[in-house]
Design a protein around this ligand. Structure first.
Ligand code: NDP
Ligand code: GDR
Length: 365
């Protein structure tokens, strides 16, 4: 039985990947951080008590900022594959916590690679590094491919740049099977609540159910190449099943503005929007409302720009070229953007209808 270790197993991608690898017959180990409240909502459905029979999903306490802990866990498990998904993954927050982000996202990657090397596992353990389209930052060329030069635009992206290159360096210096997946934005109903897509779909659900009036956003002109996390975690696995270690761009090849994502999400509840004003003054109003289940007032303001969500340096345009992953990995996404938006809005409507807006800890959400 193959053994996999996932850092960031409690996150969006970690949860989908753990489920995917369990279905493939792996023994799956995950590193979770100690938190003052349970933080395993995304993986509770696959977790079994260790006292039950045939347990193949095991969690370990750990942190990417702690080398001794990483070395001990890898020594204990002797994994065939490591998926390094753990990170402070929020671009805007990285401007507030740049040093922490560098430590976890940059040096954290080094800690994984170095542990594998020190433990003499370079021939056994294959490593996937969660690299990102944020590396491209300020546009150098479009679409962005494995050959496009990087120009990171945030402490997050700069930390990930170190993670990218240290992975390449360990591959070349020590002949390790270590690969970067340069993944463009991918979303799902499990997406963290402060990333723009989930923030939008949650707000649409809350506005539809009359729990909120207005959604405040930052830059509506930013363009992203959005895919579904379920498709992207499959690509991570494919990257580690190749004969040779290489880096791959994973993307849909299409790009959409934040504004258009907002329009699509409101259309899911039968609401057509009209945008007025420009940049910092832009607002969106209900133009028509065709779904009798969610009746909103015509002319009601439902979206407004708040410049506090702007970033000191922004990534304006991302559009990936997935040619290499399609030809070499045989990877093909199953979801398109309309299907993704539909799934996310429907899931958030269900969430708010069933939970009456209260989370497990009894707090309003
Ligand atoms: P999430 O933010 O949903 O998950 C991040 C995970 O990392 C969580 O499990 C989190 O734990 C964990 N983590 C955070 N800090 C530490 C730490 N110090 N030590 C150990 N674990 C830590 O991210 P995603 O699932 O969306 O992304 C997975 C990876 O892929 C990340 O590295 C991200 O930067 C990268 N990426 C994501 C893309 C996307 O569009 N989703 C695109 C390209 C790259 P906790 O639950 O306790 O907070
Ligand atoms: P991103 O994702 O920065 O691309 O990083 P995010 O969803 O945070 O932002 C996408 C774009 O939307 C604009 N935006 C807003 N963003 C947020 N979060 N909140 C808002 O209110 C808002 N209004 C407008 C942003 O300015 C930006 O242009 C994600 C993360 O998952 C990274 O970890 C990953 O590496 C990259 O995707 C690829």
């Amino acid at each position: 039985m193959k053994k996999a270790l996932i850092t960031g197993v409690t996150g969006q991608d970690g949860a989908y990947l753990a489920e995917f690898l369990l279905e493939k017959g792996y023994e799956v180990h995950g590193i979770k951080r100690r938190a003052s409240l349970f933080n395993t909502d995304r993986i509770d459905h696959i977790y079994k008590d260790l006292h039950e029979a045939n347990v193949r999903f095991i969690l370990h306490y750990g942190d990417l900022s702690d080398s001794t802990n990483i070395i001990r866990i890898i020594q204990e498990i002797q994994p065939d594959e490591i998926y390094n998904l753990g990170a402070m993954s929020h671009v805007k927050v990285s401007f507030d916590s740049p040093e922490y982000t560098a430590n976890v996202d940059g040096i954290g990657t080094l800690r994984i690679l170095e542990a594998v090397r020190l433990l003499g596992l370079t021939k056994k353990t294959r490593i996937y590094q969660a690299s990102t389209s944020e590396l491209y930052g300020l546009v150098q060329e479009v679409p962005q491919s494995e050959k496009t030069p990087f120009y990171p635009r945030s402490p997050y992206a700069v930390a990930k740049l170190y993670g990218y290159w240290i992975t390449v360096n360990y591959r070349e210096a020590y002949d390790m099977f270590a690969c970067n997946g340069i993944l463009f934005n991918h979303e799902s109903p499990l997406r963290g609540e402060t990333f723009v897509t989930r923030k939008i779909t949650r707000a649409v659900a809350q506005i539809a159910l009359k729990e909120e009036d207005c959604l405040f956003l930052g830059n509506l002109d930013a363009k992203r190449d959005w895919g579904h996390a379920k498709d992207y975690i499959e690509a991570m696995w494919l990257i580690l099943q190749q004969d040779e270690p290489e880096d791959f761009v994973i993307a849909t090849g299409e790009t959409t503005t934040v504004r258009d994502f907002v329009k699509m999400a409101f259309a899911e509840i039968g609401v057509e929007l009209e945008f007025k004003g420009t940049e910092e003054n832009e607002e969106a109003f209900v133009k028509s409302c065709s779904n009798p289940e969610y009746v909103l007032e015509i002319g009601q303001k439902v979206v407004a720009v708040d410049p506090k969500y702007y970033r000191p340096t922004e990534v304006e345009l991302l559009i990936g070229d997935p040619t290499k992953s399609k030809t070499k990995l045989g990877w093909e996404p199953k979801y398109d953007l309309p299907a993704l938006v539909k799934e996310m809005v429907q899931a958030d409507l269900e969430l708010f209808k069933n939970q009456s807006g209260v989370n497990k800890a009894g707090r309003r959400i």
